[in-house]
Ligand binder design. Structure first.
Ligand SMILES: Nc1nc2c(ncn2[C@@H]2O[C@H](COP(=O)(O)OP(=O)(O)O)[C@@H](O)[C@H]2O)c(=O)[nH]1
Ligand SMILES: [Mg+2]
Length: 183
């Protein structure tokens, strides 16, 4: 590849930012987006320290996915440096683990801080919230419970995010194809 071509592909690279609490499934989602199908890769993941940039090609585009490790000691730092991280971002994914009910409030609080910053800096990017670990067997074993849990969560998210902020919510799991959830 000559230099001109290389520069061209770099310019067209789509930058995706992934944030959420630790253990919510961010790195696993990156593996899914990269097309990794081998499930054993998912069980051997270590917590991401700091953030990791993954570059790869898919569907004719070049992507760079910024995976922000969600451990407490890093979270404030990302927010302080938010304006820099958000530069030239095409897509933002916030990951919320629906199986971690004990930390729903903590996760909603983090989401709130992120949305406040995005609005403050008037950044207009494609924003998605993944209600993650929505595994097929959950719906199978206790559909009523899980339906209520998810609808309560969506209500909380809607209360938190101002009406003029556009976003989409998806139910996702590494065990299924990412499925769109209409709101
Ligand atoms: N049940 C279930 N577990 C998942 C899913 N996605 C990730 N995990 C598991 O959740 C744990 C944390 O995942 P990881 O991607 O490291 O989270 P991160 O800290 O946000 O990067 C790992 O044990 C994954 O195998 C999912 O969709 N369903
Ligand atoms: Mg990680």
């Amino acid at each position: 590849m000559n230099t001109a071509m290389r520069e061209n592909t770099t310019i067209n690279a789509k930058k995706v930012l992934i944030m959420g609490l630790d253990n919510s499934g961010k790195t696993s989602i990156v593996l899914c987006l990269r097309g990794v199908k081998n499930l054993s890769s998912f069980s051997s993941l270590n917590p991401t320290r700091g953030f990791k940039i993954n570059k790869f090609q898919a569907l004719g585009s070049e992507y760079s996915i910024w995976d922000f490790g969600g451990q407490e000691q890093f979270r404030e730092g990302y927010l302080n440096d938010f304006q820099n991280h958000i530069k030239k971002t095409n897509k933002f994914i916030y990951v919320l683990d629906i199986q971690d009910q004990e930390r729903f409030n903590k996760s909603l609080d983090y989401l709130d801080k992120i949305v406040i910053l995005l609005r403050k800096h008037k950044v207009n990017i494609d924003f998605s919230i993944f209600l993650h670990k929505y595994d097929p067997d959950l719906e199978f074993t206790n559909k009523e419970f899980i339906d209520k849990l998810v609808s309560d969560l969506i209500r909380n998210i809607k209360e938190l995010i101002p009406n003029d902020f556009t976003y989409q919510i998806y139910k996702t799991s590494i065990y299924t194809v990412f499925q769109k959830f209409g709101i």
